[in-house]
Ligand binder design. Structure first.
Ligand SMILES: Cc1cc2nc3c(=O)[nH]c(=O)nc-3n(C[C@H](O)[C@H](O)[C@H](O)COP(=O)(O)OP(=O)(O)OC[C@H]3O[C@@H](n4cnc5c(N)ncnc54)[C@H](O)[C@@H]3O)c2cc1C
Length: 500
């Protein structure tokens, strides 16, 4: 039995804690904030409740595996419901598209909304994407990152390399398969699931819509934050201890290996194994400064483009919106202008700015647990935004900026047919600076580093650090961000540490 310290009670840290505690280790989770969950957070006031981070569960099998491995089925722990329809889209030309929740129903819905050939175009892209998924799932997503060995596993057959097309961007792939510009916009959006720019993200990200449509879009009744609490329950049931209000300031290294951590108040917590669930850049810059063995990791982190961030509006609304889907996405006329603004490229080269005409994502769960009465709604509204970077980019703490921008988002929503301005009881605006402060993610990046560039997946730190006894979980480490991948990182780490 090893003494394990997990730093951070985000989903990555909690999932690692649950698996390692179930494996017989003595686990302590140290969390800086007063609540567990990290980005998988919750806000509630006056009967309105909101998830502050994730609103969509994909790849539920990954969660099922976690729960099965730690004491019993996922369905015993949370009420997971499959969404059908999955999402409603509104395009700038006025087209509305409702994507069904079942893979086999998608082509007909595309034909109906976009015209006759749309279903065929999307279907042939999804065939290619299914192959990409099969090639990358086991050797990449579910396996430790091992440099050349990982590349060799992925490139076992020339036909696999051709299918993945590492030289091609997601945008390039879309242009080959999709002749309808609205379908290309739809595909582009999946780059943002890893905080990336479709013009620079690799074609293999087409596996994301494939996995979403094939395995479904899901919701946790009561809010997704319940997932964090359920995973914590599993960890605690196996003897793990959560200490909130415990900020780790240093990873201790003795005799060349990780030996525990030091808290902000000076307390030392000794351990045989340290699992870091904090932002990898923060770990290396602040908690483990100057260790020569991690020079390569720092270099790679420096080469990667950080993921985009987001501005969130939590809207407590009076009245109800007829016919609104659980998820609604309202696209702008010029999607590229959004990526230029967010990443500071193209017409905003070197100068990221808040997006003037952003894509707006509205999450309006029909869930009595989230509203004070039947004549109210609790909306989570998200737009992509540049990271908080007062030195070289946007200073999201600048006086008045957050409120002005929230007004702008409400105006954009109104312009696209969802005017709720006179129904707002109150609102909470959360900027990238808030995300940075609350979760320790540098600049408020949602997903650690982005997938921009063909080598991006290999620039994320591996789950086993070069410092023996130190492991990395969470969205900024391999295999990347988003709930399912973060959960997989914990599975990989539990495998690397092994049972007691
Ligand atoms: C607005 C938003 C929308 C999203 N939407 C989706 C979605 O729909 N679907 C999806 O799958 N994913 C989504 N994501 C991404 C998903 O939330 C993340 O990938 C995932 O929750 C990250 O988990 P994590 O464990 O890596 O990190 P985090 O949740 O960031 O956890 C890190 C934890 O470490 C703690 N910590 C940091 N530093 C220290 C320290 N020094 N000492 C102690 N504790 C520390 C933090 O307080 C935090 O609790 C979204 C994220 C955001 C922000």
């Amino acid at each position: 039995m090893a003494r394990v310290v997990v730093v951070g009670a985000g989903l990555g840290g909690l999932a690692a804690a649950a698996r390692l505690a179930a494996g017989g280790h003595a686990v302590t989770v140290l969390e800086q904030s007063s609540e567990p969950g990290g980005k998988l957070g919750r806000f509630a006031r006056d009967g309105h409740a909101f998830d502050t981070g994730p609103s969509l569960v994909t790849l539920p099998q990954v969660l099922r595996d976690l729960f099965d491995a730690t004491g019993g089925p996922l369905e015993d722990a949370v009420d997971l419901v499959r969404l059908d329809p999955a999402v409603g889209y509104r395009f700038a030309d006025g087209t509305r598209l409702t994507v069904p929740g079942r893979f086999e129903d998608v082509p007909a819905a595309l034909d109906e909304a976009l015209g006759d050939d749309a279903g065929r175009q999307w279907g042939s892209l999804m065939e290619r994407a299914a192959t990409m998924w099969r090639i990358s799932e086991g050797p990449f997503l579910r396996s430790p990152l091992a440099g050349a060995a990982t590349l060799a596993r992925l490139a076992r057959r020339p036909s696999d390399v051709a299918a993945i097309a590492p030289w091609q961007s997601l945008r390039g792939l879309g242009s080959r398969y999709l002749h309808d510009p609205r379908l290309r916009t739809l595909l582009d959006r999946y780059a943002t699931y890893s905080g990336s720019d479709p013009r620079r993200a690799p074609a293999v990200l087409a596996a994301v819509p494939y996995a979403e449509q094939a395995f479904g879009s899901w919701y946790v009744r009561g809010g997704l934050h319940r997932l964090a609490l359920a995973v914590l329950d599993r960890a605690v049931a196996h003897g793990a201890v959560l200490r909130t209000g415990s900020t780790v300031r240093r990873v201790l290294v003795e005799g060349g290996r990780a030996a525990g951590v030091e808290l902000a108040d000076g307390e030392r917590v000794p351990a045989d194994v340290v699992v870091s669930g904090v932002d990898a850049a923060a770990l290396h810059d602040r908690l483990l400064p100057g260790d020569g063995r991690t020079r390569g990791v720092r270099r790679d982190l420096g080469r990667a483009t950080p993921s985009l961030s987001g501005v969130v509006l939590l809207l407590a609304l009076r009245g109800r919106t007829p016919g609104l889907a659980h998820h609604t996405v309202l696209f702008p006329e010029d999607y590229d202008a959004e990526f230029d603004a967010v990443f500071g490229v193209g017409r905003h080269a070197g100068r990221p700015v808040p997006v003037e005409e952003p894509t707006v994502y509205v999450n309006a769960p029909e869930d009595p647990a989230l509203v004070p009465d039947g004549d109210s709604e609790s909306w989570f509204v998200l737009v992509n935004a540049p990271r908080h970077d007062p030195g070289r980019g946007v200073d999201w703490t600048a006086p008045g900026l957050a409120d002005r921008y929230a007004d702008r988002v409400l105006d954009v929503l109104a312009g696209r047919g969802l005017d709720v301005r006179d129904r707002v009881r109150w609102r909470v605006v959360r900027t990238p600076a808030d995300l940075e402060r609350d979760t320790g993610s540098i600049g408020g990046s949602i997903y650690g580093s982005s997938s921009n560039g063909s080598r991006a997946a290999f620039l994320r730190p591996a789950n086993a650090s070069p410092v023996p006894g130190l492991f990395l979980v969470g969205g900024s480490a391999h295999p990347g961000g988003g709930l399912p991948l973060v959960t997989l990182s914990a599975q990989i780490v539990a495998g690397l540490v092994g049972p007691a």
